[in-house]
Write a protein that binds this ligand. Structure first.
Ligand code: IVH
Length: 708
């Protein structure tokens, strides 16, 4: 990033400026460079070069001349990190490339399996293309795959976009497709450079992914300060980091001393100067970003990867921040492209999750929660215990059988584990530690909320309250209806729903559209503005696409994908109520259990009345796409996009096809009608050519096709 000579010069010049009363116009860019250099040394390299006092003097000199001559302010001046005022509501911004998740592995076997899948994927083409000897294919040499192993940071993911060398935007992950624009808050994180020299290598715009973390020591100090102010401490560093990103007051964000590690380049416009992931980390590191470059390692044998993972796990606590595993990535971008991705995760990357951590505690009590479908979930209340970075005082026991199986009694010592990542559970109890005061658990026979008798179907493990009007169920149904993946009612989250329900302001699901805003406006914690926003958000949900409403109804076993499949088949919600079991079973991915549950739902008069009410309230019951697609040229046709399209984004193109009734497939097969091949189309294009049955077209031809 800087030559030793440059570093020396910075320090000498800094000392000279510090002695001055004021700066001249021509000094501004030098002082900015010095301060940015000092920030980099301090926040990225953990190696401060200026005393706090010296930094403050230089900063004040710069601030002074910028205040006098605002036209001279440069966008990468460190003064521009200091935010004035509060963030307005965060705007939603689309990521240039969707932010995917990672597939998980837990042991050597998983990693070996993954490696073998990669080898198979990469050698397939080779094998097919290989010459054969009297009809027997000659196997080609197995491909050597280089893997880069790096930490899996346990924080909040962030996306950063730089354009013409300047930080243009910071965004949260959101739903993976679009997140919240948190640029102002991102600028409070000093390890995120305000500018970086990308243009030198011909990069015009770059989108990168990273993780915002808080160092363990800073987290503890921060929690201590919360306790001193009589505020509740945060459960773990991850929550502290993710909560901070969406804070209204950027100055509060600055106080949390967050850090950001960049771990992935997701999109580059212009020249792409690196061929491997490791090179990209090195390059970012040299440009002033905090990356895992120094602690990442490249191996070309999966055995070495596995060995390194085991070694690293032993020393995880030596790092100053929490990590929950390692990420192993195929190093070559070329091979990454060939291996491809699913809609959920790249196939070329794998998270290696560290073993869950365990601790013992005491079972104090068991409470019973009633879920949306009436399920009764026993919840263990335990003496608070710190397990793998989180304080746990309450954890789900799932069902009665588990209590019996683990022979749990109130007062028992229990072993707690944080399985995988977040959901903690009881591994076992210790009967040998009993002193006789422990009490047997008596599972309730009536609903703890409405007192109706509980019922357990033979084949199920869960007791249910069958009273559909049970208040607990009603509240849970409203919470589900308003939730992010259903109707997505911003401002009407779980706590407000519970509050309104308890106060009698919200009695049932349609009540969401009849909230007494005049009354709520006078309640503590609600301002006129926030109420206006809530009303607006609720009103807006009336035009949500049909599949969200279907999912939001909370029909048992009807998840998001099933809701989408159902919506695709109908042009009006009422059509669903007339479908026979046979017709339902003919729909993609619907089996007897789901079909029966849908039939049961419509059997119930209360549900029919509910739908009528929602329709009268003006909710969208129609699937406009279905109407179009019925007559559309592309109804039932299947599409797949590969390579970089010249003008359309992948998502945009897919939506265009879907809008005309087309369906997107995830791979090339005889079922595929159209493959739209962009630049650098790889194995998919080859396969389609070999099959011969696929129409291979360009973006231009595709656009012509959907115009029809
Ligand atoms: S790569 C397409 N690398 O883990 C690339 N993710 O479970 C996908 N994470 O939300 C991600 N450290 O925020 C990648 N070194 C790392 C990471 C990392 C932490 C997070 C990331 C993501 C989650 C996936």
């Amino acid at each position: 990033m800087y030559t030793p000579q440059q570093e020396k010069d910075f320090l000498v010049t800094a000392k000279e400026f510090i002695k001055k009363e004021s700066l001249k116009n021509e000094d501004i860019s030098s002082v900015i460079s010095i301060l940015n250099y000092a920030d980099w040394k301090y926040y990225v390299k953990d190696n401060p070069v200026l005393a706090d006092k010296e930094y403050d003097v230089l900063f004040a000199l710069l601030k002074k001349i910028e205040t006098e001559k605002p036209s001279l302010i440069l966008s990468d001046s460190p003064t521009q990190r200091v935010a004035k005022g509060l963030n307005p509501n965060f705007e939603t911004v689309a990521h240039l490339v969707p932010m995917l998740s990672l597939d998980n592995s837990y042991n050597a076997e998983d990693l070996n399996d993954w490696h073998n899948r990669n080898v198979k994927l990469l050698s397939k083409e080779g094998l097919q293309a290989a010459p054969d000897l009297f009809g027997v294919p000659i196997p080609v040499a197995q491909p050597v795959i280089e893997y880069c192993v790096e930490p899996k940071f346990d924080g909040a993911s962030i996306s950063l976009v730089y354009e013409n060398d300047k930080l243009l935007r910071g965004a949260t992950r959101g739903n993976g497709i679009a997140g919240d624009d948190i640029t102002t808050n991102a600028k409070q994180i000093k390890s995120i450079p305000l500018s970086a020299n990308f243009s030198q290598e011909g990069i015009e715009q770059i989108e990168m992914r990273g993780e915002v973390v808080i160092q363990k020591e800073k987290f503890n100090a921060f929690n201590q300060s919360l306790v001193e102010q009589n505020l509740s401490p945060m459960a773990n560093p991850r929550n502290a980091a993710s909560g901070s990103l969406r804070m209204k007051d950027p100055n509060e964000v600055a106080k949390r001393n967050l850090d950001a590690f960049v771990y992935q380049i997701s999109d580059v416009q212009g020249n792409v100067p690196f061929k491997t992931h490791y090179e990209s980390l090195e390059s970012l590191s040299k440009k002033g970003f905090r990356t895992s470059y120094e602690i990442s390692k490249v191996f070309n044998k999966i055995e070495d990867v596995i060995k390194y993972c085991a070694e690293f796990e032993e020393t995880r606590d030596e790092l100053s921040y929490e990590i929950d595993g390692l990420v192993i990535k195929v190093n070559s971008f070329d091979l990454q492209e060939k291996i491809g991705m699913t809609s959920h995760h790249p196939r070329w990357a794998m998270a290696y999750k560290f073993k869950a951590r365990q601790a013992t505690s005491k079972l104090l009590n068991i409470e019973y929660q009633v879920g949306r479908t009436g399920s009764i979930t026993p919840v263990a209340k335990i003496e608070p215990v710190y397990v793998g970075g989180v304080t746990i005082s309450s954890l789900s026991l799932f069902n009665e059988d588990i209590i019996k199986e683990k022979d749990m009694r109130i007062g028992d010592t229990v072993l707690i584990e944080r399985a995988g990542d977040v959901i903690p559970y009881v591994v076992k109890s210790f009967p040998e530690l009993r002193d006789g005061s422990e009490q047997e658990v008596i599972f309730p026979t009536v609903c703890p909320v409405c007192n109706s008798e509980l019922f357990k179907p033979e084949e199920e493990a869960v007791w249910r309250c069958t009273n559909i009007n049970c208040e607990a169920q009603v509240v849970e149904r409203i919470i589900h209806f308003a939730s992010k993946n259903a109707m997505d009612i911003r401002g009407l989250g779980e706590s407000n729903i519970r509050k309104f329900f308890e106060m009698g302001l919200l009695k049932d699901l349609p009540g969401v559209y009849r909230l007494p805003y005049n009354q709520i406006k006078n309640m503590e914690g609600f301002g006129e503005k926030s109420i206006e926003k809530m009303e607006e958000a609720i009103e807006k949900t009336k035009s949500q696409p049909l599949h969200r409403l279907i999912f939001g109804l909370g029909i048992r076993y009807v998840g998001e994908t099933t809701a989408k499949n159902l919506a695709r088949e109908i042009s009006h919600l009422n059509e669903l109520s007339t479908k026979t079991e046979e017709q339902l079973l003919a729909i993609e991915d619907i089996g007897t259990k789901v079909a029966q549950s849908i039939l049961d739902f419509f059997e119930h008069d209360g549900n029919i009345a509910l739908l009528k009410e929602l329709e009268v309230l003006g909710l969208n019951f129609e699937n406009h796409q279905k109407n179009k697609s019925v007559s559309g040229e592309l109804a039932g046709k299947t599409f797949l996009f590969t390579g970089t399209l010249p003008t359309l984004g992948r998502k945009e193109a897919e939506e265009m096809a879907e809008a005309k009734g087309g369906k997107i497939l995830s791979g090339v097969s005889t079922k595929l009608d159209y493959l739209i091949a962009g630049e650098k189309a790889g194995s998919k294009l080859e396969k389609a050519k070999k099959l011969g049955s696929v129409n291979i077209i360009s973006e231009e031809e595709f656009i012509e096709l959907v115009k029809v």
